[in-house]
Design a protein around this ligand. Structure first.
Ligand SMILES: Nc1ncnc2c1ncn2[C@@H]1O[C@H](COP(=O)(O)OP(=O)(O)OP(=O)(O)O)[C@@H](O)[C@H]1O
Length: 357
């Protein structure tokens, strides 16, 4: 657990970076600090591992005030991931991930074995191990940064805009992988972002700051969307409030209909009818209309269709229906096999029910 108790940071020139901030980052959860530029997010984060020192109040990591802990011992418990990864440029990927455990006394062999494991965890195969950071894309560098922070298996992680230097698609991918990793490792994480969508996607709890380093609201993503504390919070959450609120798994029962499907290469009598094309393992590829001879061809599949899980969020399911050429979304089971289809009307009904309309 990390606790901020009435914490302030006044810089030597008199600027109040953070002013009387209190919040708790619970064990095993992701707490996201979010807010406009200059509101004190990074200042708050850097006081946790004592890159900066508070001028008022106290910060507890575990049970002890950070100011009473030995700095080296404190930082050993805290993984730190920053924007642009901050990798050692002259060390290989493997060297970057293994260096801290070696410094802390792990044998070279064990540290390298662990580094290989971690690279796999963050989605980099063995061929990347010998490369240098400059030989990687921005997204790959961020993955190495996350692997490095996990290498000593610290109970706490601080992450400062970890996914902001990459393109939106890579970013979404990294976010999802990060959530998967966190579901396995269960670290106590404090993350900084200026992006409300990222905060809503990743945060178990969101601590929103306003200019001057004051707390604006401390809430779960759901509460923040439903009950913004004031106009500032409502404006900051902004466009995300309507559509974004659908980004949570809903408990509304959906009427999913069976789908007419066809395997590629198969002959079907249903020409001029939309069918779900599936592969040999019954995984859908997209919608397709068979040709005159009724043969399902790969080239005829509408690949722009978004296919999503039947137990996903209403937002994903709505995307599936909206991206379909016929207003019906293709849904899959957890293992990727075809579950059925859902009409846009049914999605709309589910949205109304979930919102109590
Ligand atoms: N060394 C410093 N000396 C004086 N003021 C500083 C110093 N570092 C930061 N500040 C000020 O403290 C305030 C908070 O800065 P901080 O970097 O924590 O904001 P932030 O929310 O992380 O911003 P951003 O999203 O732009 O990175 C700002 O007004 C900033 O100008």
């Amino acid at each position: 657990m990390i606790v901020f108790d009435n914490v302030s940071k006044q810089y030597p020139d008199g600027t109040m970076g953070v002013d009387g901030l209190s919040f708790t980052a619970d064990e095993g959860q992701i707490t996201v600090l979010v807010g406009p530029s200059g509101c004190g997010k990074t200042t708050s984060l850097r006081m946790i591992n004592r890159l900066l020192e508070p001028t008022g109040g106290s910060i507890l990591v575990g049970d002890a005030d950070v100011m009473s802990q030995n700095v080296v011992a404190l930082r050993r418990q805290i993984g730190y991931v920053i924007q642009n990864s901050g990798l050692f440029p002259h060390r290989t990927v493997l060297g970057n991930v293994a260096s801290l455990p070696i410094m802390l006394g792990m044998s070279r062999k064990d540290a390298r074995a662990r580094a290989h494991e971690l690279l796999e965890t963050v989605g980099l195969d063995a061929s990347y191990a010998k490369r240098y950071p400059w030989q990687l894309s921005g997204g790959q560098q961020q993955r190495v940064g996350v692997a490095r922070a996990l290498a000593t298996d610290p109970p706490y992680m601080l992450m400062d805009e970890p996914f902001s230097a990459v393109d939106p698609i890579t970013r979404a991918q990294l976010q999802q992988e990060f959530l998967r990793i966190q579901s396995e490792v269960g670290k106590t994480i404090v993350m900084v972002t200026h992006d409300i969508d990222e905060a809503l996607t990743l945060g178990d709890r969101i601590v929103m700051l306003r200019t001057g380093g004051h707390l604006a609201q401390n809430a779960t993503p759901r509460e923040l969307l439903r009950n913004p504390a004031d106009e500032f919070v409502a404006n900051f959450v902004g466009r995300a409030r309507g559509y974004g609120a659908l980004g949570f798994t809903s408990d509304v029962q959906l009427d999913i209909q069976p789908a007419r499907s066809v395997r590629i290469g198969e002959q079907t009598a249903n020409d001029d009818e939309w069918l779900v094309a599936v592969d040999d393992e019954s995984r859908p590829l997209g919608w397709l209309r068979t040709d005159d001879e009724g043969i399902a061809q790969h080239a005829d599949v509408e690949h722009a269709t978004i296919i999503t899980r039947a137990d996903g969020t209403l937002r994903d399911i709505m995307d599936a229906a909206l991206s379909s050429p016929n207003g019906r979304g293709i849904l899959v089971h957890e293992d990727g096999t075809l579950r059925g289809v859902i009409t846009l009307e049914e999605v709309t009904r589910a949205i109304r029910v979930s919102k109590g309309l």
